[in-house]
Design a protein around this ligand. Structure first.
Ligand code: DC
Length: 230
């Protein structure tokens, strides 16, 4: 039987790295769907139309978004994200890209195009998809649905540690990180089309008091329970 795992949750819940670890343990691919919205953000920024819903909605029909898995030096397969045939992976984590992605992700035409591609990819192979609307829209019949979250304060503290590691010596304030995190969640939770919601049949995993490994093990346990019931 095919296996599809939907993992949704807010910014900074650790979805991407947890999803990577879970997918690896299960021997399936992990599709980071946020990367696809970010790729559209890259193009929209280049064309200076990110704020123009009509233009982006028209052009997104021709902006073919695709992913490929490239094996790195460590033997691990990593997702590379392409738009119009160009590998834009290197630009996806830029701050401006994130902002543009949040904007274009509110446009229904963009969401339609991304959802279609995601459904096609998930139909071709066993996969774990992480995002905001996987359990509610992309894979309503996923084998397992996980809603991964943590308290705002814990998510902000983790983000702060990450920033301090990346920029040692730089003074980053907890309150600013907390405020920024809430600001980033806001458009995802309040947009009209497919806002971030826990699907009714999703299992809530709150990682506030769990380590990384405990979170992975908790999710793997839910996956094997669901598979045993199927
Ligand atoms: O998870 P991320 O930060 O890479 O996502 C980038 C943006 O895309 C963010 O605003 C959430 C949005 N997104 C979405 O609306 N639906 C998804 N399935 C994945 C991401």
């Amino acid at each position: 039987m095919s296996l599809s795992i939907a993992m949704d949750g807010p910014v900074g819940a650790g979805k991407s790295s947890i999803a990577d670890a879970v997918a690896k343990r299960l021997g399936i691919l992990h599709l980071d769907t946020g990367a696809m919205y970010r790729a559209v953000g890259v193009m929209a920024l280049r064309e200076k139309i990110a704020e123009d819903e009509q233009e982006v909605s028209r052009k997104v029909q021709d902006w073919k978004v695709d992913v490929r898995y490239v094996t790195g030096d460590d033997g691990e397969g990593r997702q590379h994200t392409f738009i119009c045939g160009e590998d834009v992976t290197a630009y996806l984590r830029e701050e401006a890209t994130g902002k543009a992605a949040s904007k274009v992700a509110t446009y229904p035409a963009v969401r339609r195009a991304m959802v279609e591609t995601q459904q096609r990819l998930a139909a071709e192979q066993d996969m774990l998809l992480d995002g905001r609307d996987i359990g509610t829209r992309v894979l309503p019949s996923a084998t397992v649905k996980i809603y991964l979250t943590a308290s705002d304060e814990v998510r902000a503290r983790r983000r702060l540690l990450q920033l301090q590691e990346q920029n040692p010596g730089e003074n980053v304030c907890f309150e600013t990180v907390l405020e920024d995190l809430r600001k980033r969640d806001e458009p995802d939770m309040n947009r009209e089309t497919d806002p971030l919601r826990q699907a009714e049949d999703a299992i809530l995993v709150d990682s506030s008091f769990l380590t990384f490994d405990e979170t992975v093990e908790t999710i793997l346990r839910h996956v094997s329970e669901k598979r045993a019931q199927a």
